[in-house]
Write a protein that binds this ligand. Structure first.
Ligand code: DC
Length: 218
């Protein structure tokens, strides 16, 4: 067992990363950094500004001028406005995945995350947290699950929040995002060296937590 300063949780969309990160933060006193929320906020900011996501210069300009804040209660503010629920839609995921293809956008986000982590014990979830943002993290976790199970979880979560989506739409979005996140040339989704791999298919949050708790000093 270890007492890590940085815990990274990587994996594909819907594997349960942010749920696990929130629980670890609560139970072990870590600050949770949700790296996907930053890409989502940038993607959403581009949409609001009517920016074509293929236009690298225009996307970069939006990213450079965005002010994103994480509030301690989990809310995300974009230029002072609460966008917490707006960025969580399937469309928000695809927009995020698209802007995340640009290395310059990633550099902005990575710098911001490293600054946010300074002097704190953090648990960060994302796609490149253990491979690129914090390669020296003491504990790296890679969460995965079958695409169907991930889509089902996302679908149920979105339905509960009142979004009108179909399971087929969510599955399509999950598969498309996997393809984009795994195939981008810069900092793609990969299992970090030395990561503990947990397949959450058919497992409850409690079961996964039990497995993770065995790795961390209480
Ligand atoms: O974790 P999420 O579903 O909120 O992430 C949304 C998108 O942001 C994801 O499909 C790819 C991108 N992302 C990334 O490229 N790198 C990260 N560390 C986190 C998210």
């Amino acid at each position: 067992m270890i007492n890590p300063k940085i815990i990274t949780i990587d994996g594909p969309a819907g594997a349960g990363k942010s749920t696990l990160a929130k629980e670890i933060a609560k139970q072990f006193g870590y600050v949770h950094l949700d790296s996907g929320a930053l890409y989502r906020a940038i993607g959403y900011g581009c949409k609001l500004a009517g920016v074509d996501l293929k236009n690298r210069e225009a996307v970069l300009k939006v990213a450079e001028n965005l002010k994103v804040e994480f509030l301690p209660d989990g809310r995300v503010l974009l230029n002072g406005k609460d966008v917490t629920t707006k960025i969580r839609t399937p469309e928000g995921g695809l927009l995020a995945s698209q802007v995340a293809q640009f290395p310059e956008v990633r550099e902005i986000v990575v710098k911001l995350l490293r600054r946010m982590a300074k002097g704190k014990k953090i648990v960060i979830d994302g796609r490149d947290a253990g491979t690129y943002i914090f390669p020296n993290a003491e504990l790296k976790i890679y969460l995965t699950a079958s695409p169907e199970e991930r889509a089902r979880r996302r679908y149920e979560e979105l339905k509960k929040k009142g979004y009108s989506v179909t399971y087929e739409e969510v599955l399509k979005e999950v598969v498309e995002r996997d393809r984009q996140d795994e195939n981008r040339p810069f900092a793609p989704l990969r299992i970090p060296d030395g990561a503990v791999v947990i397949d959450t298919t058919g497992k409850s949050l409690e079961e996964v937590l039990l497995q993770v708790k065995e790795l961390i000093d209480p």
